[in-house]
Structures are given as C-alpha cells and as structure tokens.
Write a protein that binds this ligand. Structure first.
Ligand SMILES: Cc1ncc(C[n+]2csc(CCOP(=O)(O)OP(=O)(O)O)c2C)c(N)n1
Length: 818
C-alpha cells in the first residue's frame, strides 16, 4: 500500500495537532540536516554567526551527504513513534557512510554530549562536533563504535538486517529499525537476509522494521531496486514475506505526512501481531511490515553545480560541492545551502536546540542514541557454564581410544543453553548434527517459523522456540550472531572450514569493531565472544574432496590485532572442552576453534587438557624420549604438531622413529593456542623468548606438522632464535577424493614423510638411516596402492594406536654417530 499523504488528526503527545507536530518534526529534520552539512564542511563558525569564509571550511572534505538526509528523516519519524508509544527502539544504519544523518540526531537528542561532554549543546560544542567528524585524530566517517546508539558501523555493506535480527532475538519488546541502502540491497548478504523473518518468533522475539531507503543511486550508478517497476519491487518484497508500505516523493510536508502514517501503520501492525500471538500463545509467521522510502539522494542539498545535477542524482553521494574553500561561487552556494535550513529558527543564540524541538526527542534511555541495547555489554550477564567434567572423555592412557571430538562439546553446549535459556544461541549452516553437536537438540531444537509437515517430526528437530538457528547463509547466520552479541548475549557459530571464507570479511569487520571499542569507545561495556568452530576440516573431507579442503581461514586471524583474536587447535575432545571453558566466556574477542568432528584418538584427561590449554604449548613427555633424568634434556629433534590429524601423524612418526632409531632423542610439542608461537608483544597468548627457546631449543631441527598452510607457522615464528631450523609441513593444495592417509601423504604431513624429514634434517643421520628412509618410501607406495585398490586405508593405519615400545635391537644408526 502507499501511505496516504493527507493524514490528519491529533497527535496523542505533546498536546499538538498532527499538523503542528509534523511542522516541528520538519524543523527538527532541518536541524539534523544543518548539522550534517556542518559536519562535512565546517571547522569554524558553526552557527554562521558571521559570513562564511574560506578559513571556516575544513582543508579536506571527507564524508557522505547523499544518504544522510534520508536517514535523519527516518530517525525523526522514529522519535515520533517512540514518544507516542513509549517504544524500545534502536536504529541500525545499513549505509553507515550516511553517519552525518545518524550523528546529528544523537547530538540533537543529547546522547552525544552526555558521552562526549566537550561536544556540548552550545556553539562551542557544536563547533567541536563539526570539526571532529571524519577528521584525523578524531572520529571516522561511518557509524563507528564511537557513535552513540550504533551497533552497526555500516562500512561494509550488507549486514544490517541480519544484525537487526540478532538484536531482537529474545528481546520481545525491542524494535530494530533497520535502514537498508538500495545499493546495499544488491549485495549477496543483504539479499539473503530478507529471510530473517522466518526465524523471528512474535511471542519471544522483538521485531525488525526495515526501511528500504530507495534514494535511487549508489556511488556512481542507479540502483536496481529503484529502477525496476514498482509492482515488481512490491512483489519481490512480498515474496520475501514482508508487507511493504510505500512512502514516495520529495516535497517535505507531504513526505512527513506519508512517513508519519507509514510509521503509525507499521507500529500498529507490529503491536497487533504481538498482541495476537502473545494472547493466543500461538506463534505463526506473520507478514511483518516494512517501509519503502523513495526519496531523492542528497535530499534538500544543492540542486546542481555548474549545470550538473546534484540533488536526486549520484553526484550527491559524497561531498556535493567539492571545493568551497577555493571557489568563491561554491562558498556562496554552501552558505546558501546552510542558510536554507534557517538555523536561527532552530538553535538559540547560545547554539542550543530550541526547547520545542528538544521536546521531540524521547526521554532518557528511550532515545535511540542512549538505548542500552546499543551498548549491549551493559546488559550482558555472566554465562553460566556447567561442569565440563561431566562430559569429559575418559582417557586411561594416551592414544588408545577414539572419540568424536566435538560430541562432548555438544553436550556442554546443550547444558549451557539449559542454564542460559535466553542468552545463548547456536548458529550453523545446516550442520549441527553433522558436526556432532546434536546433543543440543535434547535441550533445544532448531527455530523454524514456517509450516511443519508430518515427516518433520521424524528427526528434523524443528520448533518455534529453538535456540539453534540453521539457514544456508553463513552471512545471515553470522550477522544474526553479531547482532545477538552486540546486544549483550552469547553466540556460537560452527561451519565448514573451506567455507568459513564466505564470512571472512564479516570476521574482519567484527574484529575491527572490537578493536575500536577497546581503544576509542571505552564507554562501551565488553561484549560476549564471537565464536567460530571450524568442524569439518581440510583433513577429513573423505566424501567431498578438493573443493572442501582449505585451511586458510586461520591465516586471516594472523592479520588481526592480537588483542581481539584467538585461534585454538585442540587435538582431542578434552582439549576442546578445556578450550570451550575459556572461549565461551572471554569478552571482546573472536575465537576460531579448529576441531574436526570425526572420531580421533584421545590423548589427555580433562585435567591434563586444562593445563595444556593454560600453557598454550605442551611438552608431551609421555611421547618424548629426550628426558634422560640427571643429564640436560637435549633432544636431537623437536617434533611439533598442531591440530588433530597432524598430531596423530606426528605421534605415529615418533613411534616409528623410536622403534627404528631408539637412541634418537625426540621431544614432542603440541600447540593448542596458535598464537603461543608468537611474541608476547604481538599477542597475549605469546610465549616469552626464553620459554620458547627452552621448548623448541635454539639449535636443533624442528619438524612442525601443522593443520593449516605451512607459511602461517613461519610468519608467527620468524623472529624466534631457532626459526632457521623450523621445517614446517602443512596443507599444500594437494587433494581429491582421498583416504585420510593418502591426503596426508599427498601433502607430506603423514608419518612416513615425517620420518623422512627427520632423517634428512637431523645432522649425521642422512645416509646412516638410509634403510629406514627406504622403508618409509616403500610404505608410502604401498599405502597409496592399498587405498587405490580398496578405497580405504589399510587396517593397521586406520586402527593405529600409540605404542612407543621401542625395540633397542633395531637401533644402530645414532649410536654409531655418538
Ligand atoms: C560490500 C561493499 N561493497 C562496496 C562498498 C563501497 N560503497 C560505499 S557506499 C556505496 C554505495 C551505497 O549505496 P546505498 O547502499 O544505496 O547507500 P546510499 O545511496 O544511501 O549512500 C558503495 C558501493 C562498500 N562499502 N561495501
């Protein structure tokens, strides 16, 4: 429907009739637009107390005007319905580059000055507010963490709806007003996120109110949704399950009327949906309302410059008048533009907003600049974890039993959800059971607001109230999780390793957000950790093959600030539990946990695993033979490993070496915290040089068997004393439909190649261990032939168990050297 532009009646608030209320709303919007222009251009003379001169203009003009007036318009009308209905509402700016249209309202509602008292409500404060915008040493040009009321920077476009959805999960009274850029709507993540309405339960969740901001243009192009026929757009949005309300035009008075009516209709509809569902107790998916705001890009800005169209065209996207400092005509045009808002009618002689306009903002925490949900750490409660010991795998001796590493974690998550029923959700792209986390379903199912078929009762685990969110859009899931975290709750995302790259950019953005919060917005309380379990890993893609083999996601983590990023590579189930005990609760971090879902050998008891995780790198003395009591421990070689399969192959290699060359002194190190490898000045997990040197030695060969691409280990250790002796094995893009051992052999992380590496690297071994080396080469050929003949690994490989009983008689090589 199109909102009727001739809405009439009496405002139930402020004792104003609607006409007067909208007149004031328009004045408030003028004030916001004035501030937005001031932010982009002015470093002095904020109230135009004197004629505008070049020195009042900033030297570099950095910002985006085009989106700003439309966003301030939305905010103005949100204020109106918040006041009328005492709503709990937050605003998310999809095109966050339109920050002037968000910052200005937070200044007008007083939130900004409360957080930043020097940006006071007077001319001097306004001057500082203008100058700091998009200015070196001050704030950025998007809705960065410094922006009060923002949980969404909007620098990288595409996530506004999924963030909004996460924010309203389990917040039944909250409305997340989400401005979607029409350019943003062309991105893959945004396009798929229209489906959020399939996961919102009108009884227990809040509502997302999208406003598709159809201002027609991106940076230098028309937008698709603005140019397709209107009925096509309407059908598209309806097809996604929304009921669009259209507000279209450019004449302010008619637009205020239309927007007021659309907002009234939308809020009325949301309230009716809630009342119906909550009254009946029956949750079905309604057609939630949304608004399509078709207004000019750069609305109220200069119509043209040198005969070229600005308002209502892409040329208004950034700074419409690019050079008023040096071009007198542009300076005059800018002054006329600023004066067109009649600031003298809006601000008193001190520069404070006039009281009748100030009254248009909601009060206290109802202001969208001060809503506590947008500083979610304030609302965050401690996550109650059950005792991990209840789920620990019993390990009588290392390397004897196999277990699915992720299954106990599933039990831990199940009971953590039980203890935190409204503040923990698990997100995954259709893989919760596949990743062996299905124990969660004993406590909570998958949320599903669509219809149910009878056969769904047979194992589909669907429910209206589920704490598990599954959808085949990693973007939407991670966006939902981030919205959930940013509003003070806890989340856990799990995915395929190779496809974690799909959300690599989201990880980047979230890590940047956290980093900025810590350094530039200390008033933001810490939020719960961003958890990503990578559980279908490169080394066990038996039925998928090459496309599913890519351990590069953790490489990204190496690019981010150590303050906010953690990578864990637990080798067994208890290590994963011990990691989870930390990862689930550490605030303001992103955790990447790599743990394959299949059955693996178990090495450590929970107590041992906890100590191992606390240290980050463990010297596994039970696997080493360099500990010779009274003499200094001097290994001939250090066998280091990180990750489940590389750990197993390393141990199998050590077993061969101890059998074949028993006097070779081997030290086995297992790395569970990847960043323990780096310097403590780079990462809080980092080991000191002394600790590192004592583990890895300063001069002995280190054969490092790594889960990921080998270069990452070199990146992390290049400054360590013994780096020159590091020989790293890892994934080298050699894969197909392989057996596990064959894949390991193709990439040389297997036991036989590791033995060869040791023979090649330990000084003096070489030709003296030629017979062993030959046997290893033969073993590789034989095992490959077996795999190609039988389609599986030989039983002695598959059923291999740690058994270091050495046979001293076989030792001849090293004794001859010593
Ligand atoms: C994912 C992504 N791709 C490209 C850009 C670069 N970019 C910044 S603004 C913009 C145009 C945005 O258009 P729209 O969403 O309609 O916003 P508005 O018109 O309100 O400025 C683009 C392409 C980006 N920020 N994010």
């Amino acid at each position: 429907m199109t909102a009727n532009p001739s809405a009439t009646g009496t405002s139930p608030h402020l004792g104003l009739d609607l006409h007067r209320e909208l007149e004031l709303t328009n004045a408030w919007w003028r004030a916001a637009n004035y501030l937005a222009v001031g932010m982009i251009y002015l470093q002095d003379n904020p109230l135009l107390a004197e004629p505008l001169r070049p020195e009042h203009i900033k030297n570099r003009l950095l910002g985006h005007w085009g989106s700003s007036p439309g966003q301030a318009f939305i905010w103005a009308h949100a204020n109106r319905v918040i006041r009328h209905h005492q709503l709990d509402m937050i605003y998310l700016s999809g095109p966050g580059h339109g920050a002037p249209g968000v910052l200005a309202p937070t200044y007008l509602d007083g939130s900004y000055s409360e957080i930043y008292p020097d940006k006071s409500q007077d001319a001097a404060g306004m001057g500082r507010f203008f100058k700091q915008f998009s200015f070196p040493g001050h704030i950025g040009s998007h809705c960065t963490p410094e922006t009060p009321g923002s949980i969404h920077e909007g620098g990288e476009l595409g996530y506004v709806l999924s963030h909004a959805c996460g924010a309203v999960f389990d917040n039944p009274e909250l409305i997340a007003l989400a401005c979607v850029g029409d350019g943003e709507a062309e991105t893959g993540p945004l396009a798929t996120s229209w489906h959020i309405n399939k996961f919102l339960n009108p009884i227990s969740d809040g509502a997302v109110l999208p406003v598709l901001h159809l201002n027609g243009y991106k940076i230098a192009n028309p937008t698709l949704l603005a140019r397709i026929p209107r009925d096509e757009l309407q059908n598209l949005l309806r097809g996604y399950g929304w009921e669009p309300l259209f507000v279209e035009g450019s004449e302010p008075q008619a637009m205020h009327q239309a927007m007021a009516q659309a907002m009234d209709t939308a809020i009325g509809r949301i309230q009716a949906i809630r009342a119906e569902a909550r009254g009946s107790g029956e949750a079905v998916r309604p057609a939630w309302p949304m608004i399509v705001l078709r207004s000019p890009k750069g609305w109220t800005g200069p119509a043209e410059l040198n005969g070229k169209k600005l308002e209502g065209f892409w040329r208004s996207h950034q700074v419409p008048l690019p050079n008023p400092k040096r071009d007198t005509a542009q300076l005059q045009q800018l002054e006329a533009w600023l004066k067109s808002y009649r600031p003298w009618e809006l601000f008193d002689e001190n520069g404070s907003l006039k009281p009748e306009l100030r009254a248009l903002s909601p009060q206290g925490d109802r202001r969208m600049g001060s809503n506590p949900h947008a500083n979610g750490g304030l609302l965050r409660r401690k996550l109650h974890l059950p005792q991990s010991a209840d789920y620990a795998v019993s390990v009588a001796a290392p390397g004897q039993v196999e277990h699915e590493n992720t299954a106990p974690l599933g039990e831990l998550l199940r009971d953590t959800i039980g203890r935190n029923p409204n503040s923990l959700r698990v997100f995954g792209p259709d893989e919760t059971a596949s990743n062996r986390l299905q124990a969660i379903y004993e406590r909570s199912k998958k949320v599903w607001m669509e219809n149910f078929l009878p056969e769904d009762l047979d194992g589909s685990e669907l429910s209206r109230e589920g704490r598990v969110v599954e959808m085949l859009s990693e973007h939407t899931l991670v966006g939902m999780m981030e919205g959930y975290l940013l509003t003070g709750r806890y989340g856990f995302f799990h995915t395929y390793e190779a496809f974690a790259h799909v959300i690599a950019s989201m990880f980047n953005q979230h890590a940047k957000w956290l980093e900025s919060c810590i350094h530039h917005a200390p008033w933001r309380a810490p939020i719960g950790p961003w958890n990503c379990l990578i559980s279908s890993t490169v080394w066990r893609q038996d039925h998928n093959g090459f496309t599913h083999q890519d351990p590069g996601f953790i490489d990204l983590a190496g690019n981010k600030s150590g303050e906010v990023v953690r990578v864990y590579l637990p080798a067994d189930a208890n290590s994963l539990l011990a990691v989870a005990e930390q990862a689930l609760v550490e605030p303001n971090v992103c955790n990447i946990i790599v743990s394959d879902k299949q059955k693996h050998l178990q090495y450590l008891t929970l107590e041992q695993a906890r100590a191992h995780v606390a240290k980050g790198i463990g010297l596994w003395s039970w696997a080493s033979n360099d500990h010779i009591g009274h003499e200094p421990d001097e290994p001939d070689v250090v066998m280091a490993c990180a990750g489940d399969i590389p750990t197993k192959e390393t141990l199998a290699a050590v077993e061969i070496l101890r059998r074949e060359i028993p006097s070779l002194r081997i030290r086995v190190l297992n790395v569970v915290k990847l960043f323990a490898l780096t310097d403590p000045s780079e990462h809080p997990h980092g080991l000191s040089d002394r600790d590192f040197d004592s583990l890895f030695t300063t001069d002995q060969p280190v054969i490092f068997n790594f889960h990921g691409y080998p270069w990452l280990i070199h990146r992390l250790t290049y400054r360590r004393t013994n780096h020159a002796n590091f020989h790293v094995r890892g994934y080298k893009e050699k894969g197909n439909i392989n057996t596990p051992l064959e894949l390991a052999m193709n990439n040389q992380i297997d036991r036989f190649n590791l033995v060869i590496d040791v023979i090649d690297r330990v000084p003096g071994l070489g030709s003296r261990a030629a017979h062993v080396k030959e046997r290893m080469k033969e073993a590789i050929l034989a095992n490959r032939a077996y795999a190609h003949e039988h389609g599986m690994d030989a039983p002695e490989v598959t059923n291999w168990r740690w058994n270091p009983a050495a046979n001293p008689a076989a030792n001849t090589v090293l004794e001859a050297i010593r």
